[in-house]
Ligand binder design. Structure first.
Ligand code: MRU
Length: 366
């Protein structure tokens, strides 16, 4: 995507270092951060300088490459991989990318590992861009059919939660790719952007992305979606995923489940866009997905720009009130209208997923 006319990915190699965009400073500052070591990559994932399932995976892959530059031994490959794997528990793209790196590098002699690791990490990034572009095409088809089926209204309202745009991936995004492609093709999409408390990925990142691309949007408080659906003001919902089971249960940013329930109650189509690197074929039940719990500080305090133009952190609960900051929830497959993948759109169930990914039939949990 372009920022001030310059095409950007969210992660790229610059000589022996890796550059990323500091997402903790958006939307108020567009700043790059340099990652020089595997520890830098781990810290960027933990502190959410980078976030979003596909981008976490890409950063971990480059983290392994940075590790191999420092020490290409078997033991350091194992240690660095474990350190990176432990940074965040829910998005399965992290473990997926580390397994991909490990499988490639264990076949390579240590003296060649750094070069092979940088090359493999670049391939993972390129594959993510291709997947998201394909998701965008399939999702655009769904949006177009819906818009035409409704008699081409002057505004098609799409609700999204969290940030599943290009900032969450390497480029394009998952849930937002279909929206960008539909907008670029002339469909009058308007996006309801859930603010996504407590970290406000919707208000800060999705609104920033959509605005930069010129897509009409409105930020809403997380609790507004049900009201809008009740009034017929939501035509469809599209969200991303951090981990989807072999049976189609979808784990995504906390609050997604409530939107899916409301959408179900009001017959609003509820789609989930995801690349296959987000599917955990080993799980048949979403309740088995590890759910990250983050510091309550993210809930009890908010950060925003003051009238002086500076960032301020303010407390929003009484002194001493504890908070619970659960970062993700699971939407059971029965509330999902369809999964939009890089291989096409399918129902959220094992049979439909395996029809798209037959090579997984042997290992997919039942
Ligand atoms: O905690 P985050 O910001 O990493 O959570 C991100 C999400 O929940 C996204 O919706 C998900 O990763 C899909 S990204 C294409």
């Amino acid at each position: 995507m372009k920022i001030n006319g310059r095409p950007y990915r969210t992660i790229w190699r610059d000589g022996d270092a890796i550059q990323v965009i500091d997402q903790t400073r958006l939307p108020f500052a567009f700043a790059e951060v340099t990652l020089r070591t595997a520890a830098d990559a781990g810290e960027a994932i933990k502190t959410m300088i980078v976030r979003g399932a596909p981008l976490i995976g890409a950063t971990a892959a480059y983290g392994v490459a940075l590790a191999m530059k420092a020490d290409p031994s078997d033991s350091y490959l194992a240690d660095a991989s474990e350190m990176l794997r432990a940074t965040r528990p829910t998005a399965v793209n992290l473990a997926w990318a580390l397994t991909e790196m490990r499988q490639t590098l264990q076949l390579v002699a240590p003296e060649n590992r750094a070069a092979a690791a940088f090359q493999k990490a670049a391939e993972i990034c390129d594959a993510d861009v291709a997947s998201c572009a394909a998701i965008g095409d399939y999702g655009h088809g769904i949006i177009r059919r819906l818009w035409e089926g409704k008699g081409k209204p002057a505004r098609l309202n799409i609700l999204t939660h969290c940030n599943a745009g290009w900032l969450a991936c390497v480029d394009w995004g998952t849930a937002l790719a279909p929206i960008y492609k539909a907008h670029d093709a002339g469909i009058p999409v308007h996006v309801w952007v859930d603010e996504t408390r407590p970290r406000n990925q919707g208000a800060s990142l999705t609104a920033y992305e959509l605005g930069a691309h010129g897509v009409p949007h409105t930020v809403i408080a997380d609790n507004t979606g049900g009201h809008l659906m009740q009034r017929g003001q939501v035509d469809m919902a599209i969200v991303g995923s951090d981990r989807t089971t072999a049976t189609g249960d979808v784990c995504n940013k906390v609050g997604t489940y409530l939107k899916a329930l409301a959408a179900h109650a009001h017959d609003v189509p509820f789609y989930v866009a995801l690349p296959s690197s987000t599917i955990d074929w080993s799980l048949a039940d979403g309740r088995l997905i590890p759910i990250e719990e983050r510091s309550a500080d993210e809930l009890t305090h908010m950060v925003g720009r003051g009238a002086d133009g500076k960032l301020h952190k303010v407390q929003v609960v009484p002194d001493g009130s504890p908070g619970l900051n659960v970062a993700f929830d699971v939407t059971p497959a029965r509330y999902v209208t369809g999964l939009i993948t890089e291989r096409g759109v399918c129902e959220a169930n094992r049979t439909a997923l395996l029809a798209l990914y037959p090579e997984q039939a042997r290992g997919a949990a039942e």
